[in-house]
Design a binder for this molecule. Structure first.
Ligand code: NAD
Length: 457
C-alpha cells in the first residue's frame, strides 16, 4: 500500500495531526493508499508558504512563468502511463478515458501558458481632457483550488494553470476519494524547477481542510468544483473574509430529441454521454425529452444501445465502456434514486439494480420511461448510468421542461432544422447548448451557466 505526504513549500511533509485516511479502489473495494488527514494548522502552513512565494512569483515576466508551466506539462506527458493507471485505479474510469484526461491536462497547461503574452489591460478615455484611465490586470494573491473526484487530474490543471500564469500561487485540496493522482502531480512539480511555495498540496476532509482553506484570510480566491451543497458551505466560509469565489457546481443536462432528428446519431450520442465515466459527469445527459412522434422508436433503440454497455474493472479488463461507481455510498444513492422514480410512477424498462458482480460498486445500465417532470429523477442529479425519459408534443413544451431545473450548466438538442436549433440556443437557459452532440467542451471552452450550477467571480 502506498503512503503519501502533503506538499508544502517545496517539501513533502506529514500532517500536524499525525492521522491518515485511506483510499479505496472502487473496482475491488481494496485499500490502495493512505494519505495525511490534514488540519487547519497544515492549511496555515500551506497558505503562508504560497503567500511568501507569490511576492516574487508575481514579479517574474508572465512568459517566464509560462516556461515553468510548459516544463510541468512535459513532466505530465513523460509520466502519462502511470498517471492514467493511478486515476483509473482510484476513480474507476476506464483506462482509455484516463489517458484522455492525462493528455488533455498536459495540453491544457500548455494552452494556458500561451496566455502569457496575451492577457492585456485596457486604456479608457476619461471625461477629463488629457486624461486616460489605465486598467491593469493584477494577480489576486493566493488561490485555493478545491477539487471533486470525477475528473480529478484535469481539474488540478484547470485551477492551477490560469492562476499561475497570471502571477498567483496556489494551494490545492483534492477529494479524499481521489487524492493519489494529485500526489503524483506534486511529485512532477517537485522534480521541476518551479520555485518552492508556488504550488502546494494539502489533503484531508472537506469539512476540515476544505473549510479551513475557504475561510482563510490569506486566500484571495477560492476556485471550487463540486456539489451545490459543498459550494454553498464554501461561499459561507469565504464570506467571513469577503473572499471571492468561483464555483462550478452540479448539472442536470436535458437532451431534446425533435421528430426530424437523426435517431441513430441521437441514441449513440446520448447513450455514450450517459455511460462515460459511469454517468458521473456534471455536463452529461441526465434527462431526455423526446417528441412523442418518434418516442417509441427512440426508446427501443436506446434500450438496445444501453443493454450493450459492458462494464468491468478498468485495470484488469479490456473492451469495457464503463467502470464501477466511485463508492458504495454512490452506488446506494443511485439505486435509491431509481427506486424512488419507480415509486413516483416511472416505468423501468432496463436495469434498475446494483450489478450482481462482486467485488466493486457497479450499477446496471438503466432506462426509465414515462418520467414525470415534477419527480426527483427529472430534477435531481443522479450521477450514474441511469437515463430517465419523458415525451413532449411541442418545442415550447420541451424548452419549458428543460428550463424547469435548479441547474443550468449544459443542454443539447437533436434536429436537422436550423431555426429550431437556433431557437433552442436562444431560449434554453443553460451555459452551453450542444447541437446534435453531447459534451465535452473544447479546450478553448469553459463552463458557464445559470441558477445553482455556476458562480463566476
Ligand atoms: P463534493 O462537493 O462532495 O466534494 C468536492 C470537494 O469539496 C472535495 O474536495 C471535498 O472534500 C470538498 N468539500 C466538501 N465539503 C466541504 C466544505 N464544507 N468546505 C470546503 N470543502 C468541502 O463533490 P464530489 O462528490 O467530489 O463531486 C461531484 C459533484 O461535482 C457533482 O455534483 C458534479 O456535478 C460536480 N462537478 C461539477 C463540475 C463542473 O465543472 N461544473 C465538474 C465536475 C464535477
Amino acid at each position: 500500500m502506498k503512503s503519501y505526504q502533503m506538499f508544502i513549500d517545496g517539501e513533502f511533509v506529514h500532517s500536524g495531526s499525525g492521522k491518515t485516511l485511506t483510499v479505496i479502489n472502487p473496482a475491488t473495494g481494496e485499500v490502495i493508499s493512505e494519505i495525511p488527514a490534514g488540519t487547519a494548522g497544515d492549511v496555515d502552513a500551506a497558505v503562508a508558504a504560497a503567500g511568501k512565494a507569490q511576492r516574487s512569483w508575481a514579479k517574474l515576466a508572465a512568459i517566464e512563468r509560462a516556461h515553468y508551466l510548459r516544463e510541468i506539462a512535459q513532466g505530465v506527458r513523460e509520466n502519462a502511463e502511470s498517471l492514467a493507471r493511478t486515476i483509473a485505479e482510484e476513480q474507476g474510469k476506464i483506462l482509455p478515458l484516463a489517458w484522455v484526461e492525462v493528455n488533455f491536462t498536459a495540453d491544457y497547461i500548455d494552452y494556458m501558458a500561451e496566455f502569457a503574452r496575451r492577457y492585456e489591460g485596457e486604456i479608457i478615455q476619461s471625461d477629463r481632457p488629457n486624461e486616460n484611465i489605465f486598467l491593469f490586470k493584477a494577480p489576486i494573491g493566493v488561490v485555493a483550488g478545491i477539487l471533486p473526484w470525477n475528473f480529478p487530474f484535469f481539474l488540478i490543471a484547470r485551477k492551477m494553470a490560469p492562476a499561475l500564469v497570471t502571477g498567483n500561487t496556489i494551494v490545492i485540496k483534492p477529494s479524499t476519494e481521489t487524492p493519489n493522482n494529485a500526489f503524483a502531480f506534486a511529485e512532477i512539480v517537485a522534480e521541476s524547477s518551479l520555485p518552492k511555495g508556488v504550488f502546494n498540496l494539502v489533503s484531508g476532509k472537506g469539512s476540515e481542510v476544505g473549510n479551513a482553506l475557504a475561510g482563510h484570510p490569506g486566500i484571495g480566491m477560492v476556485s471550487f468544483t463540486g456539489s451545490v451543497e459543498s459550494g454553498v458551505a464554501i461561499m459561507q466560509a469565504a464570506a467571513q473574509n469577503v473572499t471571492r469565489v468561483s464555483l462550478e457546481l452540479g448539472g442536470k443536462a436535458p437532451a431534446i430529441v425533435m421528430p426530424d432528428a437523426d435517431l441513430d446519431l441521437a441514441v449513440k450520442a446520448i447513450k455514450d454521454s450517459r455511460v462515460i465515466n459511469t454517468g458521473q459527469v456534471c455536463n452529461c445527459a441526465e434527462r431526455v425529452y423526446v417528441h412523442e412522434a418518434v418516442a417509441g422508436k427512440f426508446i427501443d433503440k436506446m434500450i438496445a444501445a444501453m443493454k450493450e454497455t459492458r462494464y468491468g474493472d478498468p485495470l484488469t479488463e479490456e473492451d469495457i465502456d464503463m467502470g464501477p461507481l466511485i463508492s458504495k455510498e454512490q452506488q446506494e444513492k443511485v439505486d435509491a434514486a431509481v427506486k424512488q422514480a419507480v415509486s413516483d410512477g416511472a416505468e423501468l424498462v432496463l436495469g434498475g439494480k446494483c450489478a450482481e458482480r462482486k467485488p466493486g460498486f457497479y450499477y446496471e445500465p438503466t432506462v426509465l420511461i414515462n418520467c414525470r417532470q415534477d419527480t426527483d429523477i427529472m430534477q435531481k442529479e443522479i450521477f450514474g448510468p441511469v437515463l430517465p425519459i419523458a415525451t413532449f408534443k411541442t418545442l415550447d413544451e420541451a424548452i419549458e421542461m428543460a428550463n424547469d431545473s435548479q441547474y443550468g450548466l449544459t443542454s443539447s438538442i437533436y434536429t436537422q432544422n436550423l431555426d429550431v436549433a437556433m431557437r433552442a440556443c436562444n431560449e434554453l437557459k443553460f451555459g452551453e447548448t450542444y447541437i446534435n452532440r453531447e459534451n465535452f467542451e473544447a479546450m478553448q471552452g469553459f463552463h458557464s451557466g445559470w441558477r445553482r450550477s455556476i458562480m463566476d467571480p
